[in-house]
Ligand binder design. Sequence first.
Ligand SMILES: *[C@@H]1O[C@H](CO)[C@@H](O)[C@H](O)[C@H]1NC(C)=O
Length: 478
Amino acid sequence: MTSLFFLVFLFSSLLTQYVDASPNYVDALSKSLLFFQGQRSGPLPPDQKISWRASSGLSDGSSANVDLTGGYYDAGDNVKFNFPMAFTTTMLSWSTLEYGDQMGPELKNARVNIRWATDYLLKCATATPGKLYVGVGDPNADHKCWERPEDMDTPRTVYSVSSSNPGSDVAAETAAAMAAASMVFREVDSEYSILLLSTAKNVMQFAIQYIGNYSDSLSSSVCPFYCSYSGYKDELMWGAAWLLKATNDPYYKNYIESLGGGGQPDSFNWDSKYAGAYVLLSQRALLNRDGNYELYKQEAESFICKILPNSPSSSTHYTQGGLMYKSPQSNLQHVTAITFLLTTYAKYMKATQHTFYCGNSVNPEALITLSKQQVDYILGENPKKMSYMVGFGSKFPMRIHHRASSLPSKSLGCGGGFKYYETQNPNPNILTGAIVGGPDQNDKYPDRRDGYGLSEPATYINAAFVGTLAYFASGGSV
Ligand SMILES: *[C@@H]1O[C@H](CO)[C@@H](O)[C@H](O)[C@H]1NC(C)=O
């Protein structure tokens, strides 16, 4: 007996010592979803687990005599920006559609997170005929204060688009979110699913009929925060692609064709959606073997060729430590969104035994290997040996740029919180699961609250990570 125990002990210590154990993806998945509770606006339910948050924004919409409570704060502030919120919702839904079967007990949490957004987006789309509400809270006033959402005393201005002030970008993204979510709920709540889809169709019609950039009419209320820099054409393709997937209505196929060629992106994020639309439409070329979508498959592959490090057309920089590096501001949003596309395209390739060329032949394993390397970097396999997900592993960001996380649970007024912003002390409230903007181009992370480009979390960083984590949590065996 003794020797058997000894052998088992010896063997397991050898394992931990010599085998480069992967991060605990199951734990990371669970935390990545828990994070959304920390971003909640509106009345919080009794089962709220991030317990240092409380109800907030309870009169949102009242200035327009409508109920716009609920939804998520986008990042470290207290503003509800629907453009990135809708993108977050689309990506959470896509994650769930592709990898829900691999989520185990987390599937229900993913659905709860999606619904927290879609309940709000439905209000925004239906509260006033002819209008789509696209945000609550004056961002310029909000950014002058450092206070918890529970205490905010800044104007909760309501923003909207309409036929005379169009916003095809925000409307098409909102339609994408509701169409994608309608498929998530199809089997579990058909009434809700039908409501989401019919609303998505109306909002998409509005986006198509009244063409324009929402930044033109909303200017300083959305710019420079979530200005639609890339214009609305990418969202029109993306929104129509989601409606096509949800309805199979040839109207959307014809509409997508009428848009003509899209851009040739080398990124994917809340502003720039072509790469996502191409991968989504490739599903039809690969899985349904529908030749009408060959063009989008080629576009998806030329996008991936711009990402792969060894490809002749690569335009993507990698840090010495191996991190994909796209931007000094919130770089990890690009990394999580792109790795989602790599993983998902690899899944479609595997299912159809497809390979393609960028210089050399690319197989699905090459995409998965790159994706895993990025995920592992974020979770701690990097030069600093720290995880960029709060509360994951033994070393993680302690001073994230996030009002609620950085402030004690008491009311301090607009400016009273700045002494907590400026201190070197760690944040008093752990925003478990939050992924920050990430390290700089030299793999350095100063962990400073005022360096928001690196230290601010955002819902869209996490949303795109959820699906990839579910893939690796289940052993990567899709
Ligand atoms: C929308 O914005 C894009 C990008 O800035 C620009 O190219 C386009 O002309 C704008 N469209 C309209 C109708 O203003």
